[in-house]
Design a protein around this ligand. Sequence first.
Ligand code: ADP
Length: 589
Amino acid sequence: MFRSLHRKLVLVLVLLIVSVMTVVGTFLINSVTSYHIQEFRSQMYSVFTGEFILTLEGNAAHLDNGAELRDMIEAYSAPLGIDAYRRFYVLDGHTGAYLAGSDDSYGSDMELTPNILTAMNGTVGQEVELLGNYFDVAIPIRDTDGSVRFVVGVLDDKTELKELNWNLFTILIRAMLFGLVVAIFLSFLLSKTITDPVERLTEQASRIAGGDFSQSAEIESNDEIGVLGQTFNDMSRQLETTLLQEEEERNKLDTLFRHMADGMLAFDSAGRLMQSNPAVEALLGKRLTAESTYQELFPDVQVQQEDLAQDGRSIEVDFAANQRFLKIYFAPIRLEADKQGLMAVLHDVTEQQKLDDSRREFVANVSHELRTPLTNVRGYAETLMSADDIDRETQVRFLSVISSEADRMTRIVKDLLTLTRLDYNRMEMKMEPMDLLAIGKKAVQAMEMEAKNRGLTLITRLPDALPGTVGDAERIQQVVVNILTNAIKYNKPDGSITVTGGSKGGRVFLRVEDTGIGVPKEDLPRLFERFYRVDKARSRESGGTGLGLAIARQIAETHGGSITFDSKYGKGSVVTLWLPAAEGGARHD
Ligand code: ADP
């Protein structure tokens, strides 16, 4: 089948051959014609010399007709090249009538050519027209009085030349046909050498378009096509690398998009949902479908297109949904066909909000906690200052209240400082191998008296040994003492406290169980919050600041451990301190 390139090649070669042959043919035929005319002229000049013309004129005076002249010229037939197509003639110099010639049959319709007319006027007629139907020469033969008596001439009707030219023409046509056959054959060869690699490149390009980069185009030559193939292969490799990088980037972005904690939504210009990530459903607490719209998801949030249009900035909106506080940033996105969509980024600020709330609550709590003792101190101090007749006993009572309130404030401030240091990791911890068992025993010892004073039974059921642990023994003891103090403070009359210990799953623990008042279930999650107290009056009465458990948990966590609090309201509580066992788990007795 003729492919386009092949067709073009054939066309170019055919045009080339035809034009070359036409030029060559025209040139050849012209040259042959010129040569022929030249030859005719030189033959004429060689015979009709001035001398010969004078001889003819000398004889002409005595002649009545042209027969003698014809005989004289006939003697030169051979050098004049007279034949069937080239004739000579003798005409009457006045009338131009045919008198004699080489072929009399021709004489009757003898035409007076421009050269004959020139000769009849007395000049040699030797003009030859290249494209005329004949070429001739006519010579006037004068009488003695100078008038033109005869005109002798030779006329060639070009038949010979035409035949020669025709032969040449047919040779050229044959050569051209042969040339065309060769051209078609060559064009096949040429196009094959060009189109085959191009075809291979095309196939390769289609494979690449289909995403198959596994093969590369074969390079068979160093010519332009070879270079093209090489460049194509380089380009394909480059493209593959770029596509891979692009895909990697896209995957990264996709993973980021899917797993980012912030929700992302994109709406088209009509407010229809175009794209969203999984975080959105979790944040809004709604299932998204392909039919979800902006109106449906954010019915109360009116975002004005004009606001967004201004320098493409984003708008920040507070939004509460699904028990969460969200900040939504709306920004315009450019879609195709000059349309503008809307992009929404949902940022969960619930934790931040909670933190802010707890910070505010904390400040309020601190103020409140300090205000009560301060009011008391001020009240008693003012009373002491204003009254003159206060007896010594009342004075001492008042002053002791002032002193105990000052103590209370000192405790609060001390606890707060401890917490701040723990918060900012500024509490110095002497981390060394320690024995939780020994710490437990020491704490129990310290609290035994207190328990006894309150009529409580303190039972120790500690094991013989516990795996070793690492930490600041003094701080840990402070934690255990705090837990024991609470167990005593929030116990019932005649109640008991049991201290046990053990190890489990790479951790060691000390457990304090009491038979006290317990904690209502709903209060359990908040026990470790700063200043949180179930029974405020009881806590304050017993000198509690509401910071003990918060500090204890912070210290435990700084050691990589934790504190768990279990309780049955009205029955008692179980508080457990967990610490990680030291590497190797050395046992201490
Ligand atoms: P406080 O200084 O008030 O004791 P804590 O932080 O030590 O502060 O304890 C917080 C609150 O937890 C206490 O006010 C109390 O209501 C409750 N609590 C702590 N331990 C116990 C316990 N063993 N039994 C009952 N309630 C307890």
